[in-house]
Design a protein around this ligand. Structure first.
Ligand code: NAP
Ligand code: GDD
Length: 347
């Protein structure tokens, strides 16, 4: 890309998992990258992007505040906007449904309104989600599958997705990437994959669990199935969507599904630790070398659960030339190795 004509990208949610991968990807593509972060009482939420200081521009902004978004967009004047910021935890959305809608739905309406006013040429990527499908019967899910969300998070994201479709009809280049679960060593510890890899590395090293302070970890529904990919692969798809001739929505997934239980088993295998399951329902336990290392805690169940998600990424493969590069085993291995290195250092 010519130095004088660098494209300007604005990433909201720069401090999150995807923001940190996307910023690196766009820097490599020669973009001038701006990352929007929100106010916090400390600097610790910047840890995922610490090494990007001096390479990208950081700007403070809040999705629930129209005037702050106005200032951000006026100052950055982006060519591309990647709206990754969100209250992204499904479980939390049951406890904070209105806040979740304020940020995940109205935040997007605010951005689209400002794009129309200030930068109508800008291309907009919206972080839509497989959570919008709910417990739909069609499997695997693709771009034609009807949405039927079962959580306030899914509902808010669907409203935002509809706003994106409306903006498209009004002439804005806006795309909704319907991404299935994607994970990495940078995944927040409150999501199940990272909770598992970090927790099992603690078991391997004989360290107490972060949450319980004891030698066992607690999980919720072991039988839920998700289509898990690697975040580093998925940010490329976000960029590709904005480089097309026409704005379209795409499903981004691996096309494979695995249960939480399978993820746990693969993580134990990766660390050469034995694992056996005993009991049923909330009394089920996971045992390793004679010790109980996993218990079920109903606190982690959801009022409404999605039992199985599996995506069909054919449209993205055919039209974007995108495909997932990291399979399930490799993903578990990458995450385990990263947690092992981190915890071993502190040990
Ligand atoms: P994440 O790690 O939870 O990051 C969310 C980001 O949003 C953080 O930077 C957070 O800032 C920021 N944020 C939250 N509320 C905000 C607000 N009110 N104003 C401004 N910023 C705010 O999520 P992720 O995994 O990177 O996911 C990125 C996006 O993709 C999210 O929209 C998520 O819903 C969506 N998505 C994710 C997946 C997945 O599997 N990862 C799948 C489908 C869709 P703080 O650091 O200050 O909290
Ligand atoms: N978080 C969590 N913690 N989930 C657990 C636990 C636990 O202790 N035990 C079992 N689970 C189950 C959940 O009930 C769910 O079925 C599954 O593990 C995955 O949970 P999360 O990792 O929290 O992810 P999610 O699928 O709810 O949501 C993620 O993926 C969506 C895309 O489908 C998030 O990244 C969303 O932001 C994203 O839109």
């Amino acid at each position: 890309m010519d130095k004088e004509k660098k494209k300007i990208a604005l990433i909201t949610g720069i401090t999150g998992q995807d923001g940190s991968y996307l910023a690196r990807f766009l820097l490599n593509k020669g973009y001038e990258v701006w990352g929007m972060y929100r106010r916090s009482s400390g600097d610790s939420h910047l840890e995922r992007v610490e090494d990007l200081k001096g390479k990208i521009n950081f700007i403070m902004g809040e999705l629930s505040d129209y005037s702050s978004l106005y200032k951000v967009i006026k100052e950055v004047m982006p060519d591309e906007i990647y709206n990754l910021a969100a209250q992204s935890q499904v479980r939390v959305s049951f406890d904070q449904p209105l806040y979740t809608k304020e940020v995940n739905w109205f935040g997007v309406e605010r951005i689209l309104d400002l794009v129309k006013e200030i930068v109508p040429h800008a291309r907009v990527y919206q972080a839509s989600t497989s959570e919008m499908f709910g417990n739909v019967v069609q499997s695997p899910q693709n771009e034609e599958t009807p949405f039927a969300p079962v959580s306030p998070y899914g509902e808010a994201k669907l409203k935002a997705h509809e706003a994106i479709n409306r903006a498209k009809k009004e002439g804005i280049f806006a795309c909704g990437g319907v991404l299935f679960n994607h994970e990495s060593p940078k995944r927040g510890i409150e999501f199940v994959t990272r909770k598992i890899t970090e927790g099992i590395v603690r078991i391997k090293l004989g360290l107490p669990q972060r949450e319980t302070g004891k030698n066992f970890m607690e999980l919720g529904n072991l039988d839920a199935k998700r289509d898990w990919g690697f975040a580093g692969d998925y940010v490329e798809a976000m960029w590709l969507m904005l480089q097309q001739d026409k704005p379209k929505n795409y499903v981004i997934a691996t096309g494979e599904t695995h249960s939480v239980r399978e993820f746990v088993e693969e993580a134990f295998k990766t660390l050469d630790l034995p694992l056996t399951w005993e009991g049923e329902g909330i009394n089920e336990v996971g045992k390793s070398q004679g010790e109980i290392v996993i218990k079920i805690n109903p606190h982690f169940f959801r009022p409404n659960e999605i039992n199985k998600l599996i995506g069909d990424p054919s449209k993205a493969i055919n039209e974007l030339g995108w495909k997932p590069k990291t399979d399930f085993k490799e993903l578990v291995k990458i995450m385990i190795e990263s947690d092992f290195t981190k915890l071993k250092k502190d040990f």
